[in-house]
Design a protein around this ligand. Structure first.
Ligand SMILES: *[C@@H]1O[C@H](CO)[C@@H](O)[C@H](O)[C@H]1NC(C)=O
Ligand SMILES: *[C@@H]1O[C@H](CO)[C@@H](O)[C@H](O)[C@H]1NC(C)=O
Length: 294
């Protein structure tokens, strides 16, 4: 209590010495860090004038002033039009500015400059960045995950997020743990028009510890600033090879092999983990794939 009061006193003395009066404080520019192209955007420039009177609030995009609010002018609001930044007059006032539909031009740095009236004319400027984003139309896609893996097998999965600007940031998770950086490769490539695709590939040798109760989950998330986060998860099962190869059934005897048993129900989005139909055929297929891979 005593301490916080002494801080306030110190700040007051400082301001008194500096300006001769208590004045403009706590100026903040509240702008979303990212918005979808075409969306309506409200920005706020909040400030505390204390005993002072507002003179102007000026708004800049980059170095260019595009809007000014001066309460003593008639009308108080002036707009200096930048093509691509349409200000909604009805929803703009002394602390708020609204852009009707964010275009690519609206991407960039914004400044709000607040000035107090005479006698101090004290002025403060604050800045904020806003990214205008084209979001992907669909979530990330994953390819290449097999249904079964044995420790020692190579796993290679590609994840793609299509058509966005900027390209999405992709990350891989194995059983919800972030994948090792050295197992993941990223690249981006041009897509439709000015849009981009993001590609990531994860590759590693499967180990026993990658399976939790016989199951390994691979998730890819695509993320664009704070506005977009989508993921895709698939799972694979641990392939258990029969310990006594001699006991393999004859091909012409129709014997179903209940090798994989999952007690819990699967929460995998795409592939199901229900493996009761694992037949000898599946095992042979995987063995062939494995041989071909090397
Ligand atoms: C590019 O986008 C346009 C409009 O969204 C669409 O009609 C066209 O099929 C797309 N082309 C490709 C190659 O994806
Ligand atoms: C991607 O991640 C980097 C590093 O964290 C970050 O600086 C960048 O802004 C992100 N890009 C997008 C589109 O989210």
């Amino acid at each position: 209590m005593f301490r916080s009061r002494s801080v306030v006193v110190n700040i007051s003395i400082f301001l008194l010495t500096l300006q001769g009066t208590l004045c403009l404080r706590n100026v903040q520019l509240l702008v979303p860090d990212s918005v979808e192209r075409g969306s309506r955007v409200e920005m706020k420039c909040v400030y505390d004038l204390e005993q002072e009177v507002l003179y102007t609030v000026k708004w800049y995009r980059g170095d260019r002033e595009f809007c000014r609010y001066s309460p003593r002018d008639v009308p108080p609001l002036k707009i200096f039009r930048i093509p691509g930044i349409e200000v909604d007059r009805e929803a703009t006032d002394s602390q708020r500015l609204t852009i009707q539909a964010a275009t690519r031009t609206a991407n960039g740095r914004y400044t709000c400059e607040v000035s107090a009236d005479a006698p101090s004319f004290q002025t403060a400027q604050v800045h904020a960045l806003m990214y205008v984003v084209d979001l992907p139309k669909s979530g990330p896609e994953m390819q290449g995950l097999k249904q079964y893996y044995r420790p020692g097998m190579k796993l290679k999965v590609e994840c793609v997020s299509h058509n966005s600007l900027p390209a999405a940031n992709l990350s891989f998770f194995i059983n919800s743990e972030p994948a090792h950086k050295q197992h993941v490769w990223h690249r981006v490539g041009p897509a439709n028009g000015s849009l981009w695709n993001a590609y990531s590939t994860i590759q590693f040798v499967v180990q026993k510890h990658h399976f939790i109760r016989g199951k390994m989950k691979i998730r890819c998330t695509a993320n664009i600033y704070s506005i977009y986060l989508k993921s895709n998860e698939q799972c694979a099962l641990e392939e258990r090879v029969p310990t006594t190869p001699d006991s393999l059934p004859e091909i012409n005897e129709v014997v179903l092999y209940p090798i994989h048993r999952m007690a819990e129900t699967s929460d995998c989005a795409v592939k199901t983990c229900d493996a009761t139909v694992a037949t000898l055929f599946t095992i042979l297929c995987h063995m062939i794939l494995f041989i071909n891979d090397d």
